[in-house]
Design a protein around this ligand. Structure first.
Ligand code: GDP
Length: 513
């Protein structure tokens, strides 16, 4: 099927708008640049169109379109890459001319390089008196980004996002780089795309912004997004206008998914509703078995620990009301994932706990954490039926404390032997078939039921338990140092005078203490 599609793609491939991400150090002007481009280019287009923040927007320059991902910073970029989604064709790295190359500038460049995405440097804030473009260019060269002026092949455009200077040149360069890239797709096939943003709307339910990558997304299309199946029931462009179809590189906000999907998840149009449901179920099962380790765990370490059998894992599903708390919870949990404890994130999302969440949790033995959310009625019933533990929180530190306790409880407890006392056998008595050891407690105490070993000339003869303990004719629970008593060890009767009974117990050592 895929091969058939690919061969058909050949004749249908057309040039599509480049998708651009803006990255760079904090305060270097990413947001300002995105705003300036949006204001100057979008308003000029559609009359009366008010731009909506749907996570991406498109502008038109000389009759050619460019799509900008509207989430500044590289979190969105890396989150999507982590899910295997490559959405960006060109990365704009914003560097403030007065501040120069900073840690996040380097990080952004690394991400773009790792993704093999061409870089354009936007040298921002050139309006500032202390701007020093030459120093920045020098710094860039030092980290291997050599701009054209210095004989390299990276484009560097001086701009002022605040004054709107250099923006046209920047857009021209984007089109130029895109042309060299020869970015193509087939608009005549069932659409595929990536979720770049999603949230729960009070009135309309799950709203997701899809960046269409292949094919044309149409109203009424049956779709599957990860473990969620649905149908395109309404579609809006970045100006809030209802549209019927969306070509490759178009960002559209859609309604019709029963749940809020994750950013970075792939969207696929299926030939029919049944296929969508089947694919969603298969994906749910797959995710349950291939849970993603949370945080930056080195694979080598994990593998080593797994071989040693020392890794313990707690599988979790996290649902939260807003992205911010979700990220905070994940951050805190990943810090817990140290030493021998792993928190595995099976699924994360915004919105109430759904039946899908419960099914995934049940399949992977996970607990569900709800932060400022509720479980849907059906989900709550399903959780009870499946025996899935749902925990609700509204304070992050409380949540973390509980999880930490759960993790500690999962560690194999270790025990340490504690000697309770010694008793010396002074004489032996026969009572029917049983033999009783008449003893004197030398130190500590002897307790009924405790573990005991019989030592003869410093050699262990027997390992067992104190079955009964007597003072005179009375059964007692415990006899202290200096007193005489009768001891009966379980399943043993070969006592000799002079033997020592050593009573001991196991003390649980609290892990981590
Ligand atoms: P971000 O953190 O990278 O998104 O940076 P912002 O876009 O929020 O900008 C940080 C600060 O720099 C804000 O106070 C902006 O007004 C200012 N700024 C952004 N671009 C320019 C510019 O071209 N010139 C000047 N002078 N200030 C700018």
């Amino acid at each position: 099927n895929e091969a058939m599609m690919a061969s058909r793609d050949g004749e249908n491939m057309v040039t599509i708008p480049p998708v651009v991400t803006i990255m760079g150090h904090v305060d270097h002007g990413k947001t300002s640049l995105l705003d300036t481009i949006r204001k100057t280019k979008v308003a000029a287009g559609e009359a009366g169109g008010i731009t909506q923040h749907i996570g991406a927007y498109q502008v038109e320059v000389n009759g050619k379109k460019i799509t900008f991902l509207d989430t500044p910073g590289h979190e969105a970029f890396t989150a999507m890459r982590a899910r295997g989604a490559q959405v960006t064709h060109i990365a704009i790295i914003v560097v403030a001319a007065d501040d120069g190359v900073m840690p996040q500038t380097r990080e952004a460049i690394d991400h773009a390089r790792a993704a093999k995405v061409p870089i354009i440097i936007a040298l921002n804030k050139i309006d500032k008196a202390n701007a020093n473009p030459d120093r920045v260019k020098q710094q860039l060269a030092e980290i291997g980004v050599v701009i054209e002026e210095y004989g390299g092949d990276t484009v560097c455009v001086p701009i002022s996002a605040r004054r709107g200077e250099g923006i046209d040149e920047l857009l021209d360069y984007i089109l130029l780089v895109a042309e060299v890239q020869d970015i193509k797709a087939n608009p005549n096939r069932l659409a595929t795309g990536v979720i770049i943003e999603a949230r729960l709307e009070k009135n309309s339910g799950a709203t997701a912004t899809v960046l269409v990558q292949q094919g044309t997304l149409k109203m009424g299309d049956n779709i599957v997004v990860g473990p969620i199946a649905g149908k395109v029931r309404a579609m809006f462009n970045d100006r809030g206008k209802r549209i019927q179809k969306a070509a490759p590189s178009t960002p559209v906000s859609i309604l019709g998914l029963p749940e809020v999907p994750n950013a970075g998840d792939r969207l696929e149009v299926t030939p029919d509703e049944r296929t969508a449901k089947q694919q969603a179920e298969a994906e749910a099962e797959k995710r349950a078995t291939e849970a993603m380790p949370l945080g930056q765990v080195s694979l080598d370490t994990l593998y080593m620990q797994m071989q040693e059998g020392t890794v313990k894992e707690l599988n979790v599903v996290i649902k939260s009301d807003v992205q911010g708390s979700l990220e905070a919870i994940k951050g805190a949990l990943s810090k817990l994932s140290e030493e021998n404890l792993k928190v595995r994130l099976i699924r994360e999302g915004i919105g109430n706990i759904s039946e899908t969440d419960v099914h995934l949790a049940a399949a992977s033995g996970a607990i569900i954490i709800g932060f400022n959310v509720k479980a849907d009625g059906a989900a709550a019933r399903e959780a009870q039926r499946e025996g899935v533990d749902i925990r609700y929180y509204n304070i992050i530190y409380k949540l973390i404390e509980d999880i930490q306790a759960a993790l500690v409880g999962m560690l194999e407890p270790t025990y340490r032997e504690v000697i309770d006392g010694h008793a010396e056998i002074m004489q032996t008595f026969k009572a029917g078939k049983t033999v009783i050891a008449g003893c004197r407690v030398l130190d500590g105490r002897i307790t009924r039921g405790s573990q005991a070993r019989l030592m003869r000339k410093d050699e262990k003869v027997f390992d067992g338990k104190v079955a009964s303990l007597r003072r005179g004719k009375d059964d007692v629970r415990e006899v202290l140092s200096g007193y005489e008593c009768g001891i009966l060890l379980e399943d043993f009767n070969a006592y000799e005078v002079g033997d020592i009974i050593e009573a001991f117990s196991q003390e649980r050592v609290t892990p981590g203490a």
